[in-house]
Design a protein around this ligand. Structure first.
Ligand SMILES: Nc1ncnc2c1ncn2[C@@H]1O[C@H](COP(=O)(O)OP(=O)(O)OP(=O)(O)O)[C@@H](O)[C@H]1O
Length: 260
């Protein structure tokens, strides 16, 4: 049996007295499209930041392709590259689209600007954006900016295959988009999962019903620091779990305490 790409064992994290994650285990296999869902403030983004190596857990272990991670990503490289797509596209306004997509290569490779431009164009074409490399982020719609951030996330360095992302972490990629723009992004997530030069494995944090159903095969339901339920996407409508039922029925009545 092959090793999981990522394994979290007993991960806990508190902010002050607020316990956000309490002894969470999670396994991500190659090819997984795993949704992390649950009410607001249950630690979904926190889990992504811990997996990305941007935030340290208080307790527990993280194995990346079987190797125990020590410290944060800035302290030691993981054996595989994990990319992140943030909720806000997080583009540099003063750089062109192409410079944004090629940013890491411009900083960390010896490739020529022409080579990086060509690679950026290839990735932009993969996310359905042609001929916009010379534009600035402010000239694009919200959906286009998101797609640019996808192109940046799947950028790889041909000089060093280790910098090809093997797992993508999506943090609410359809938040704030209208239903049609959301569908475009959901289709894109699936296209990139299948495409050569895309990324076959990902975690998806989202609140949107359509995004959960259209982009994930399995889901983990987090609440009060714990994994309360996990199952296949097709199990969602059949489960008797009261948390999952309340969440998907959008009812204020049930075990989930409504905050605010
Ligand atoms: N750096 C931090 N310092 C203090 N509290 C934090 C910090 N980061 C997150 N939190 C708190 O931890 C809790 C979980 O936050 P997180 O963003 O992980 O939740 P979430 O499930 O992604 O929420 P949402 O669905 O609303 O985006 C929240 O109460 C948040 O305020």
């Amino acid at each position: 049996m092959t090793e999981p790409l990522i394994e979290l064992k007993g991960i806990s994290k508190s902010f002050g007295n607020n316990v956000i994650l309490d002894n969470v285990d999670l396994t991500i296999e190659r090819g997984d499209s795993l949704g992390i869902i649950g009410p607001s403030g249950t630690g979904k983004s926190t889990i992504l930041r811990i997996i990305a190596g941007l935030l340290a857990p208080d307790a527990g272990e993280i194995y990346i392709q079987g190797q125990l991670r020590q410290g944060l990503i800035e302290d030691a490289e993981d054996p595989i590259f994990i990319g992140m797509v943030f909720q806000q596209a997080a583009l540099f306004d003063s750089l062109t689209v192409e410079e944004n997509v090629g940013f890491l290569l411009l900083q960390h490779s010896t490739l020529s600007r022409r080579e990086i431009k060509q690679l950026a164009e290839e990735k932009l074409a993969m996310v359905g954006l042609g001929k916009i490399g010379d534009r600035y982020p402010a000239e694009l719609s919200g959906g286009m900016r998101k797609r640019v951030s996808f192109a940046r996330a799947i950028m790889s360095n041909p000089q060093n295959p280790r910098y090809t992302p093997e797992v993508l972490l999506y943090d609410e990629p359809t938040a704030g988009l209208d239903p049609i723009a959301s569908t475009v992004i959901e289709d894109l997530v699936r296209d990139l999962q299948r495409a050569e030069g895309g990324c076959s494995t990902y975690l998806m944090v989202t609140h949107q019903d359509s995004t959960i159903r259209r982009t994930t095969d399995k889901v983990v339901f987090l609440y009060q620091g714990k994994v309360q339920w996990q199952g296949k996407i097709s199990d969602i409508d059949a489960t008797e779990n009261p948390l999952v039922r309340q969440f998907f029925s959008a009812s204020v009545d049930g075990p989930i305490q409504v905050i605010g």
